[in-house]
Structure formats: C-alpha cells, structure tokens
Ligand binder design. Structure first.
Ligand code: ATP
Length: 233
C-alpha cells in the first residue's frame, strides 16, 4: 500500500469531524472518496497532510508513519496536493510557480518541462502570471506543480469544481496517465460519477464515518447501492 489511514479521529477544536476513519490505497491506483457536503472529505485530506492532525489513529505513507511529521516533510516524502482553490502564487508566472515547487522537493523524477508537457497548452503559458489564467489553466498548473514534487500519491480536492466538462475530461485523462506513470491518486468528489469514471477503489464518508468501501466498479454498476449510499442515480 502507498497510503494507509488507520482509524483516525480528527477534530476542529472540540468538534469531531472524523470518527475512526480508515482507508488504504494501493500503489498506482486511483481511489475515490465520496460523500455529501460536510461529510469530512476535505478533513481526510487535511489529516493525511498533517494540516489538521488526527488526535488518534495513524497515517502511513509507503510503510512509514507520518502522523506526527510536519506538513512539508509529508509533502517531501512524496504526497502531492491539488487543493480545490489551487493556491498558486498569483503574481508569479507559471514557470516560477513550478520552479518554486521543484526547489522544495527531494526527488527529481519530473522536471518542470516534463510536468508542463502533461497538458500540451501549458507550454504556451509558462511566462503568464497565474492571476491571468482561466480556472481550467490554474487547475493544470496546480497538477503540474504536484507532479514536480515527484509524488507517489496525489490528493485531489474536488478537481471538477467550477470547470467546463472538456477541462474535467482533460483532468481525468491526466489522472489516468499519472497512474500509468506509477502515481496513485486520492480523488475527493461530491460528483460521484466523475470520480468513479477513473477510480479503481472507492469509499463513502457520511458524517465523519466511512460507511462503505470497495471496488469502484461495484458502485459504478449498482444503481441501487449508489442511490442508497449517496442518494444519486
Ligand atoms: P465539502 O464538500 O463541503 O467541503 P467535506 O466532506 O469536505 O465537505 P469537511 O470540509 O471535511 O467536509 O467538513 C467536515 C465537518 O467539519 C463539517 O461538519 C464542517 O462543518 C467541519 N469543519 C470543516 N472545517 C472546519 C473548521 N475549520 N473549523 C470547524 N469545523 C470545520
């Protein structure tokens, strides 16, 4: 397993957001984490990255416990993050944003050039300041930034949010390509159909608890199960 989350309890102050939540992601597989608004999906990503530290339980990345390590060490260990609001440096160029990310990384599997070639249009945007990019272009830069960190796993928070269907298709194709390159993904989505279209495995969160986990195909193919777990067709 590239990632094992073992029975974590995560709190915001006194409010508990995750209750004994576990999941396991195999090397080079795509895992969809589904569930309604407020279920705890983003909290799961924050817990993995050490941004909101679990109070109990453990997070192991590639066999090594990272539960109490600082976020920058967890990232350097090989976990990339594509946040829903992208968090690029707006006044810097695409090239600078990617170069800064590469400076922080320990491994050099992906050069800035290779990462930017994963989306063909990105090569033409390298000198553009990030604040002048469209939402879809920002998403591409955020993914390329995760790649220059040479990750073994990339966490995607609502990658389809606010994007045109064509761009969503590009993002999904990239997740599949990353998988062919040996990179696993954890895709958090409210839109189950989108995440399930690329996922190998899936889990459903409901009010902070994992209520189902299994093969993505089981959810894709069983409308009744999807309806029962997610209230969607
Ligand atoms: P969404 O799709 O709306 O982002 P989510 O499944 O990602 O939903 P979380 O954002 O992880 O859910 O939120 C889980 C619970 O934790 C919710 O009840 C939410 O109100 C609470 N929560 C999230 N962030 C904070 C915070 N910074 N402080 C206090 N409570 C929070």
């Amino acid at each position: 397993m590239i990632l094992e989350v073992d029975a974590i309890d995560t709190y915001y102050g006194e409010t508990q957001a995750l209750f004994g939540a576990s999941l396991a992601i195999a090397h080079a597989k795509v895992f969809a984490l589904l569930g309604p608004n407020g279920a705890g999906k983003t909290t799961m990503l924050r817990s993995i990255l050490g941004l909101t530290r679990p109070r109990r339980g453990a997070v192991r990345f590639d066999g090594r416990e990272v539960t109490r390590e600082p976020t920058h060490e967890i990232a350097r260990a090989g976990i990339g993050w594509v946040p829903d609001d992208r968090r690029l440096c707006p006044t810097l160029s695409v090239a600078r944003n990617l170069a800064i990310a590469q400076k922080r990384t320990r491994f050099r599997r992906w050069t800035v050039k290779e990462a930017s070639e994963i989306f063909s249009p990105l090569a033409y945007l390298m000198e553009r300041d990030c604040e002048n990019l469209s939402g879809g272009e920002m998403q591409m830069v955020a993914i390329a930034r995760a790649l220059v960190g040479s990750p073994g796993l990339v966490l995607f928070d609502e990658p389809s949010q606010g994007l045109a269907p064509k761009i969503v298709g590009d993002v999904l194709a990239t997740i599949t390509r990353m998988k062919q390159e040996g990179i696993a993904s954890l895709v958090v989505e409210q839109n189950a159909e989108i995440a399930l279209s690329v996922a190998d495995h899936a889990a459903v969160l409901d009010r902070g608890r994992i209520v189902w986990t299994g093969e993505a195909a089981a959810l894709r193919e069983d409308r009744g199960l999807r309806q029962r777990l997610l209230g969607v067709h």
